[in-house]
Design a protein around this ligand. Structure first.
Ligand SMILES: C[S@@+](CC[C@H](N)C(=O)[O-])C[C@H]1O[C@@H](n2cnc3c(N)ncnc32)[C@H](O)[C@@H]1O
Length: 385
């Protein structure tokens, strides 16, 4: 059971393939990480570190705190052992509580009934996870595997990719957490220029500007842990103040957000303003074929999430577009690193660039690859004209 507040057994959930970036950012916060699973990283944290991990993690989707683990094969055994856990630190009288229960190869396989029993124990109506989060309630995550029951409490609330700056209704945006993983995979630390030729609603350049200015990604949102009975307002105020003091006034390097579509650029401009990084972005309306690096800039990162083709061939138009990407990168961005998030590796090959797979993940349920090259002038095949 997690009684000691100096030693919270925690778990940062992320999209598959992004675990090592989560582990590095936790390490950068001085947090000792443990096991890395597919889709998450275990760590132990003080209360302060748990708050800081929520505020600063750019790649995690949610952070859980483990309440306890035990073996149970019957509802009576589940109830008896669950009752012993330290619920009062986390569940307040008025909070709605939602449950996310998964069961695998276990006698307690009826996940709805497990949620009902636990809710009853807490004197609550069992809500669905999404309903509880929408209503600023608490999320209890129960995993049952070979009769081993692990009960955790969510500390984040709305998923961490929801930074609070994105306008609703953008077309096919990439998750903010995935954009942050792209920057981490490319080793982009905010000291080199960045150009995103297909910026859409601006996710990648905005995440880049937040990183370059050392702005905490969670500074403009709220977290579930602030509603726990055990919440320490003084600790949280101090974590936030430290973040405020750590922020840089400007990015100091060019960050170009380009797209051919004016509606997309309008969304970028609004989102950047909401994120507080308007002055850090150079927003350009441009076809990729017309794009060039910022005047006088040293080489940086040419990175993007171009239109996807999910079919293996990608279609003729898309192949033509990816050839144009390769040509522009090769001809106008020599010495720049290139990074492309694609849903179809054949399209990556169509660029003619010498791209390697940096990670594989999923975006909105679609498998994606992040392909990169450390120098756009290194080509696999000469760019076709
Ligand atoms: C997959 S979306 C990018 C989404 C973006 N990552 C986000 O998070 O919102 C692809 C973008 O490419 C733009 N686009 C398509 N063809 C283009 C071209 N030839 N030149 C420049 N932009 C183009 C579209 O307008 C669209 O905004």
């Amino acid at each position: 059971m997690t009684r000691s507040r100096g030693n919270l057994r925690s778990y940062a959930i992320c999209a598959p393939g992004l675990e090592r970036f989560v582990a590095s950012e936790l390490a950068a916060l001085g947090i000792a990480t443990g096991r890395i699973d597919r889709g998450g990283v275990t760590f132990r944290a003080t209360t302060r570190q748990l708050y800081a991990a929520n505020l600063w993690s750019r790649v995690s989707g949610r952070i859980l705190v483990r309440l306890g683990a035990f073996t149970a094969r019957t509802f009576a055994s589940l109830e008896r052992q669950a009752e012993e856990l330290n619920w009062p630190d986390y569940v307040g009288g008025a909070d709605p509580v939602g449950f996310r229960v998964t069961a695998r190869k276990s006698a307690l396989y009826h996940t709805g009934a497990v949620a009902e029993r636990l809710a009853q124990l807490l004197g609550k109506q069992p809500l669905r996870a999404s309903e509880a989060i929408r209503n600023r309630g608490l999320l209890v995550v129960v995993r049952i595997d070979h009769d081993r029951v692990t009960i955790s409490i969510d500390s984040s609330g709305a998923p961490l990719h929801q930074r609070g700056w994105r306008l609703d209704g953008a077309k096919a945006p990439m998750r903010e957490t995935l954009a942050a993983a792209i920057l981490a995979a490319a080793g982009w630390d905010g000291t080199r220029p960045l150009v995103d030729p297909f910026c859409g609603s601006g996710t990648l350049p905005i995440e880049a500007a937040l990183l370059a200015r050392n702005l905490a990604p969670g500074a403009n949102r709220e977290f579930a842990f602030t509603r726990w009975p055990s919440f320490e307002p003084g600790t949280w105020a101090s974590v936030r103040e430290e973040a405020r003091l750590a922020a840089r006034a400007k990015a100091g390097i060019p960050i170009v957000a380009a797209d051919r579509d004016m509606d997309a650029l309008d969304a970028t401009i609004t989102n950047a303003a909401r994120a507080g990084v308007s002055t850090d972005l150079e927003v350009r309306q441009s076809q990729v074929s017309e794009l060039s690096p910022p005047t006088g800039s040293s080489p940086g990162l040419f990175a993007s999430n171009p239109p996807y083709g999910r079919r293996l061939s990608g279609g003729t138009d898309l192949r033509r577009l990816y050839r144009a990407i390769g040509r522009v990168a090769h001809d106008r961005f020599p010495g720049w690193s290139v990074g492309l998030l694609v849903a179809n590796r054949a399209l990556g090959q169509a660029t003619g660039l010498n791209l390697d797979v940096a990670f594989r993940s999923v975006n909105g349920g679609v498998p994606v690859w992040f392909l990169q090259s450390t120098d756009a002038s290194r080509v696999a095949v000469p760019p076709s004209r």
